[in-house]
Design a protein around this ligand. Sequence first.
Ligand code: P6P
Length: 335
Amino acid sequence: KINTDVDTDIITLPRFILENQKMHLNAKGDFSQVLNALQFAFKFISQTIRKAELINLIGITGDMNSTGDQQKKLDVLGDEIFINAMKSSGIIKCVVSEEQEDLIILEGNDSKYAVCCDPIDGSSNLDAGVSVGTIVSIFKMMPDSTGACTDVLRHGWEMCGACYAMYGASTHLMLTMGDGIDGFTLDNNLGEFILTYPNLKIPDHRAIYSINEGNTYYWTPEIKSFIQSLKEPQEDGSDPYVARYVGSMVADVHRTFLYGGLFSYPGDSKHPDGKLRLLYEAFPMAMLMEQAGGLAVDDKGRRILDLKPNHIHDKTSIWIGSTNEVNKYLNHIKK
Ligand code: P6P
């Protein structure tokens, strides 16, 4: 007798994409092609990372990447896997990658979509077995463009989609196409992402703050006093906040989606614009967070999605998470 409480009607990502496409009457299937290319890249990177220790990929290549970080072999491989997958879509013309100094134009592809990514975000933690991830923003190209920076140097609200994959104990995928967010988990036996967090909403409050306190000395007085205020009993009598910081943005923001709370990488006297990149870290996480019912602003309180980069590797400060928690920061800087 077979265990009958097993769900036999699972929703795989391909099925989810197809059902979503049918809901958009004028959809020709192009966006579905973009998502299929992305999901292949995530599966391939996931498998490569998990084998990496075995085929000894982790180690320093000795090269420096465009952002000056010491480049690890896996960064290079993740970047190559991602770019090849985008090329295979046939309709992604431009790719921005943290690992590439300049925008990449994919010859032979139709000029329909531009994709920006951090192929392996948090890779400096990889050797320690910490979860890393791939973060992606998607723009529909300008109508008459054949591929140029103007296709991606746009406001965050112009994105048509955003997603991240997190390579942890399991491989998770959070995806938005502008109508809520949905979470998937990779079933390695099926080789498919399965819908596990349909229409995810972030809790509107949670006393968890996530920030690198090693930078305290370099923060502005306002940020120092705000973080200090979270460590004391709150005005409503509730306990001081809990601190949680992994040091891998995907891991810290993924926890924030599931538990609620506040993640921040603020600017400081060493890095006035913070450390995180606007196009392929802050923008995608901000779109996903707003679609999940949260907020994302910079140190000055400006909505991340209203910002517009001047250069493809521009950085921004960021405060992102539950509405009540981000509003606490906004109220503090208004004082
Ligand atoms: P710090 C990882 O290197 C990363 O780009 C993000 O994933 C992470 O949030 C941040 O940098 C951590 O930076 O200065 O706290 O080590």
